[in-house]
Design a binder for this molecule. Structure first.
Ligand SMILES: Cc1cc2nc3c(=O)[nH]c(=O)nc-3n(C[C@H](O)[C@H](O)[C@H](O)COP(=O)(O)OP(=O)(O)OC[C@H]3O[C@@H](n4cnc5c(N)ncnc54)[C@H](O)[C@@H]3O)c2cc1C
Length: 801
């Protein structure tokens, strides 16, 4: 066994084998994989191993396309052909209009990644799948590539190719501990000796938290027991004359695929069970949980109702094994939060279908720092301090119970809530707040007009459309108050703070104390990494503020570039403060009525910051606006939040103050051309492509400048603002745009602008395309007109006066 390697991958399931193989593909051969038993002895060996191209984001579609391409190549390898039933085709069923609309959207989204799905009616579903009845069925989504693969052969093939490229695989070798050194390298302790590694990768499946604990990390991953059975031969399968397509059912939550001349049917039962929460027997390897078909009877009934022939056939084999889940059901693939030189590829719940692609994206991140796609949807830093295993297990149960019932737009289910609250949460709830979840925080989405109000989620405008219109009018004509909790806030101090931060952003840190500005952080390739509000405060303090979800991401990024001499210090204030946003033409009057000082336009102009008291509550007030109305962001320590809120509401009573929520903000920011991190601001494009030219200071040095300059101004795409000719729905993120029948781009975000009565979207488009555009909305094309800048108060007169 080697005593030194560039990368040690821990775990020899699909996740580890794919990572090892792809590291060699990226050119690193000094890489090893350590597996406590035989390869695939965790979950992988007993997987149903279905491989679909279906995904609910473009990155998931892209990585699955990579898996399929790779698996086809491995199946065609004459030296070691992998058993792969490619192209049986698969149907995802639907019995509600909202799910049919969703399928139309996912079809459009997939087109943007070069993948073709088809929306079918019920009769066509039955024509393609001869065993199903059409009762209570509206239709389905057809994925022509759907199939399944031999999981053990797949992993062996990947390991074989990796070995041929110089990698080494140590089987029957357990990692027992991990030690990190001052230079960020690791010693990987195993029962066969130590390996010094530059980088470690946790690919340990359901044992993820045993290895996580070795580096002091709790990963938000929990396991569920999951069962399928395999039937005896079925006449309907034999007589079909073609392979039976795969089936996934959101009505009863089961799947099926052909297995020899019978079916394999898997279940996501309501009466489900977590697994391994109290520790895992070290001897559990190549092992299964006891069969328990009684538990799945509810779902089995649904499967029989859809495929009556199932009632006539015997069961040959039952498999019950652990399967991992994360808080949002999507794996964690990327850097481990708070650690250096440590990565993970964990929480895979469809790891055979996805594993080829996850290993590909992870290897790119390890070798190049970024992957070809913005991988935020997979980033382990998207959950923060609240993400315990206990919370994860609650989400895991809920996701398992709704396996094929995807979330509709704006829908947040109830499990694990509330995770993060402020002292105002119950007060806002009493005021009618309907909450959404932002990085675990309960954030007011809108305020219900009556206590009985319930939203019918869907892809078309719902009753909330009018509620949001009312909140927007409140802000536009009077004054509104919104709570923005969880805003990521880092205090930067030290003698080198200003110069260092100025290097980290391509724009400038405000020079004068008392001023605020926007900062854009680029990666080494000159693409957009992060966005921050930067406030220059007295006493040498700089406040760096960014999206709530960016808490771990931004801190890791900043820490990575901290000077070694200790001249800059970072302190997170995220969980200690909350923002109260006061917005609208009467906001100055309200603020003046409850806070001492000169709040006039000349006394406290746009983009200013100052310490103040709201009533008696300490606060830092910034005159910045994400709504396009005169507005103040009031940052208050949580202990004083209620006091500040009460003072503002009292002062506001004379000015008809009302609450507003995140959806009203989204409507207003669209009209102003303001962008959202990780919707519109992504690592796939540079600031010029993103329309941020005015924030790039070419006359100074900054991180990412050489990468940006090396690109020579050549544009891959251009972010454009569009007006859409549809009045019943907005496009969804990733819906496709066409010009002359050609695919020319994808939507990044969209919302109805209530002040201008315009349906507005942002999209990355081929740079030279500005006319003849259409965008898909729920399967139908609508005209999209390119707009030249903000459609509401383009001169910013409202925020300045
Ligand atoms: C019943 C069932 C059906 C499924 N069906 C499908 C399907 O149809 N399609 C699909 O895509 N997915 C399916 N899945 C999920 C899929 O099987 C998993 O997502 C995938 O196998 C996970 O692979 P992994 O490499 O992450 O984990 P594992 O396969 O569990 O691999 C982890 C490896 O790490 C090793 N390890 C752990 N600790 C250590 C240590 N300390 N030192 C060294 N090695 C260690 C383990 O021995 C193990 O081999 C199914 C799962 C189940 C349970």
């Amino acid at each position: 066994m080697k005593s030194q390697a560039r990368v040690v991958v821990i775990g020899g399931g699909i996740a580890g084998c794919s990572t090892l193989y792809h590291l060699t593909q990226e050119g690193w051969s000094d890489v090893v994989l350590v597996e406590r038993d035989e390869l695939t002895s965790g979950t992988t060996w007993h997987s149903a191993a279905q491989v679909t191209n279906f995904g609910m984001s473009q990155v998931m579609i892209g990585l699955k396309s990579h898996s399929i391409k790779l698996y086809k190549e491995l199946a065609a390898d004459i030296d070691y052909p992998v058993g792969y039933n490619y192209g049986d085709g698969g149907i995802r069923l639907a019995n509600t209009q909202a799910h049919m609309d969703g399928y139309a959207h996912f079809t459009s989204l997939a087109k943007g990644m070069g993948v073709e799905f088809e929306v079918l009616d019920a009769q066509e579903c039955a024509r393609r799948h001869p065993l199903i009845s059409t009762e209570n069925l509206m239709g389905g989504l057809w994925d022509p590539t759907d199939g399944h693969i031999d999981p053990a052969q797949l992993c062996q093939a990947l390991a074989r190719r990796a070995r041929a490229a110089g990698a080494e695989v140590y089987r029957f070798t357990s990692v027992t501990d991990l030690t990190q050194h001052a230079d960020d390298s690791w010693t990987v302790h195993t029962d066969k000796g130590d390996i010094r590694a530059e980088i470690v990768v946790n690919a340990c499946g359901y044992r993820v938290n045993e290895v996580g604990a070795m580096m002091g990390v709790e990963h938000p991953v929990a396991s569920m027991e999951h069962q399928y059975f395999i039937t005896e031969d079925m006449p309907g399968v034999v007589e079909a004359g073609h392979r039976i397509p795969l089936l996934r059912c959101p009505i009863s939550d089961y799947y099926s695929r052909q297995e020899k001349n019978g079916l394999l049917v898997g279940f996501y039962e309501q009466d489900c069970k977590t697994w391994g929460m109290d520790g895992i027997d070290p001897k559990f390897s190549n092992d299964l949980c006891p069969d328990d078909l009684d538990r799945v009877m509810d779902v089995l009934e649904g499967a029989i109702a859809r495929m009556p022939a199932l009632a006539e056939v015997g069961i040959k084999q039952v498999v019950n094994g652990p399967i991992t889940y994360t808080i949002d059901g999507t794996p964690l693939v990327g850097p481990i939060p708070g650690k250096r030189n440590a990565f993970c590829i964990i929480g895979l719940r469809a790891g055979l279908g996805e594993g080829g692609g996850h290993g590909w994206l992870l290897a790119q991140q390890i070798v190049h720092g970024e992957a070809c796609y913005d991988t935020w949807a997979l980033d382990p830093r998207r959950f923060t301090g609240h993400a315990t295993q206990e919370l994860t297990s609650l989400y895991a149960i809920q996701d398992y119970q709704n396996e094929f019932r995807f979330h509709l737009p704006h829908e947040h289910r109830s499990a694990g809530r509330p995770a993060k609250t402020t002292p105002l949460t119950p007060i806002l709830e009493q005021a009618g707040a309907h909450f959404t979840v932002v990085n675990g925080w309960e954030r007011s989405d809108y305020f219900k007009p009556t206590s009985e109000f319930v939203e019918d989620y869907g892809y078309r405008f719902t009753q909330v459309h009018e509620v949001v219109a009312t909140e927007v009018a409140q802000v536009q004509n009077h004054v509104g108050l919104a709570e923005v909790n969880g805003f990521n806030r880092i205090e930067i101090t030290g003698s080198g703070a200003r110069d260092w931060l100025d290097y980290m952003i391509c724009s400038r840190v405000p020079r004068k104390i008392g001023k605020v500005g926007l900062g854009y952080l680029l990666n080494e390739y000159g693409n957009v990494k992060a966005e921050a509000t930067i406030a220059n405060l007295p006493d040498g303090r700089i406040w760096y503020g960014s999206a709530a979800a960016a808490e771990f991401h931004d801190m890791d990024w900043l820490r990575q570039y901290l000077p070694k001499d200790g001249s800059v210090e970072l302190r997170s204030l995220t969980n200690d403060h909350t923002i109260l946003v006061l917005a609208g033409p009467k906001s100055r009057a309200v603020l003046s009525a409850c806070a001492r000082g000169d709040w006039s336009a000349p006394g406290f102009p746009w983009l200013s910051v100052r310490e103040a008291r709201i009533g008696h509550a300490p606060a830092i007030v910034m005159s910045v606006s994400f709504s396009g109305e005169l507005a103040y962001e009031i940052h208050v320590p949580n202990a004083s939040l209620f006091a500040a809120y009460s003072a503002l509401m009292q002062a506001g009573a004379a000015h008809d103050i009302g609450h507003f929520g995140a959806r009203a903000v989204d409507s207003m920011r669209m009209e102003k051309g303001y962008l959202h991190w990780k919707s519109d601001l992504i690592t796939e494009f540079d600031p010029y492509e993103t329309g941020l030219d005015r924030f790039v200071c070419q006359d100074k040095d900054f991180l990412g400048k050489s990468g940006l300059v090396a690109r020579g101004g050549k544009k891959r795409r251009q972010l454009r603002m569009l007006e859409i000719d549809a009045t019943y729905a907005s496009p969804q993120a990733s819906d496709s745009l066409y010009a002359g029948g050609e695919l020319v781009g994808s939507v990044t975000s969209a919302e109805w602008g209530h002040r201008t009565d315009k349906n507005i979207a942002y999209a990355f488009l081929q740079p030279d395309i500005i006319e003849g555009l259409t965008v898909d909305i729920i399967g139908k094309p609508y005209t999209a007109k390119v707009l030249n800048g903000p459609v509401y108060d383009p001169d910013n007169s409202r925020v300045k006066t």
